[in-house]
Design a protein around this ligand. Structure first.
Ligand code: NAD
Length: 335
């Protein structure tokens, strides 16, 4: 896809969607963004930005109309572990409507390619019970045992993409993200993910203070920096691979290790207070990238330290702008 395209990005007011619009514009494409809201932290560079509720069929037709070639469908009701474990009905209901209507609108408008943003939450919970988890291959989504609400909806929407290919030859691409983080992402308010929440908590306390960690801190995850995520999205869209692909890193860390890394970047000594009642999701989760490597001849390469060295200072500055911290702590590693 070297030539200039007319591209729709749904969820363009959100974290990954906004970064993707920036990259697609830099690559010279014409881009329409659609979302319930504008991006929170900077103005979208999209050529058109439509405020649309994509749960509604007529709004999906508006979004996909006007000669759009390809759709990156990133709009979703989602958040961190606290949010997705608390609102199963709303999340499943909202996302079913968005995905079913967006796929059908794409078909009716003759869209050439449609990318669906799925999640590692589709993977069977029974395979994620140990902290030293085997990395998850794409087959591990079946027999189906995904996370309630959000995970079940994503798994079904993946199936819907396959049916639209089988029955209508709509070219679909399915990406299973593993924990994306970076600047310009939500860092407060309940929808933030672990890296942003930990950066915020550490930025808000003084050297030698204590922060609360959900769970015992031994649960494991891998995290992908948003620049790698956007590169992977574009490569998957361009590839000929129609089935689901992991998009994540295989750099597995415990949540305690993530806290230690952020504290080191912040130049602070932090005491962890583990809240065993806090939601923590599956015990361990990692991405197995053999298929990604084979399909794209590429995989994410930005290390967690490199990514956090760019993310922590951004969150710290946002907190300072909001008047929540008075000065930036001095010992930080340079980005
Ligand atoms: P985000 O919450 O920042 O962005 C999602 C956007 O969708 C938001 O701006 C929201 O306003 C919009 N949206 C929600 N309901 C809508 C509606 N009815 N109509 C129009 N827009 C609506 O999330 P993100 O991190 O950028 O995630 C993008 C996609 O990637 C989502 O589909 C998400 O499920 C998936 N994903 C993300 C991660 C991650 O770690 N960030 C992990 C797995 C999957």
């Amino acid at each position: 896809m070297k030539s200039t395209k007319r591209i729709l990005v749904t969820g363009a007011g959100g974290f990954i969607g906004h970064h993707l619009v920036r990259r697609l514009k830099a690559d010279g494409h014409w881009v329409r963004g659609a979302d319930l809201k504008h991006p929170e932290y900077e103005v979208s560079p999209a050529d058109e930005f439509e405020l649309l509720d994509l749960r509604r069929w007529d709004k999906c037709l508006t979004a996909t109309g006007g000669g759009i070639d390809v759709v990156y469908n990133l709009a979703a009701d989602m958040g961190g572990i606290g949010y997705i474990t608390a609102f199963h009905a709303d999340i499943a209901h909202n996302n079913i409507l968005i995905n079913a209507h967006m796929l059908e609108a794409a078909r009716q408008c003759g869209i050439k390619r449609f990318l669906f943003s799925s999640s590692a939450c589709v993977y069977a919970q029974s395979k994620q019970k140990n902290a030293d988890v085997e990395p998850l291959t794409e087959e591990d989504a079946f027999p189906a045992d995904p996370e309630p609400g959000y995970g079940w909806e994503k798994l079904f929407a993946e199936e819907l993409c396959r049916y639209y290919w089988q029955d209508y030859k709509v070219e679909t691409r399915i990406v299973r993200f593993h924990n994306v983080y970076g600047p310009l992402g939500t860092y407060d308010g309940g929808k933030e993910k672990a890296p942003a929440a930990i950066c915020r908590k550490i930025a808000l306390v003084a050297d030698h203070d204590e922060i609360e960690i959900w769970g015992d801190g031994q649960q494991t995850r891998s995290f992908m920096y948003v620049e790698d995520c956007v590169e992977g999205l574009i490569r998957i869209m361009t590839s000929d691979y129609r089935d689901a692909l992991n998009l994540g890193t295989d750099e597995l860390v415990t949540i305690d290790e993530l806290v230690d890394l952020v504290a080191d970047i912040a130049g602070k000594r932090i005491t962890k207070r583990h809240n065993l009642q806090g939601p923590q999701g599956v015990r361990g989760r990692n991405s197995e990238n053999s298929r990604l490597r084979k399909t794209l001849m590429w995989e994410p390469s930005i290390s967690l330290r490199q990514g956090l060295e760019r993310t922590y200072p951004w969150i710290e500055q946002e907190l300072q702008k909001a008047g929540r911290i008075s000065k930036i702590h001095g010992q930080r590693t340079a980005a």
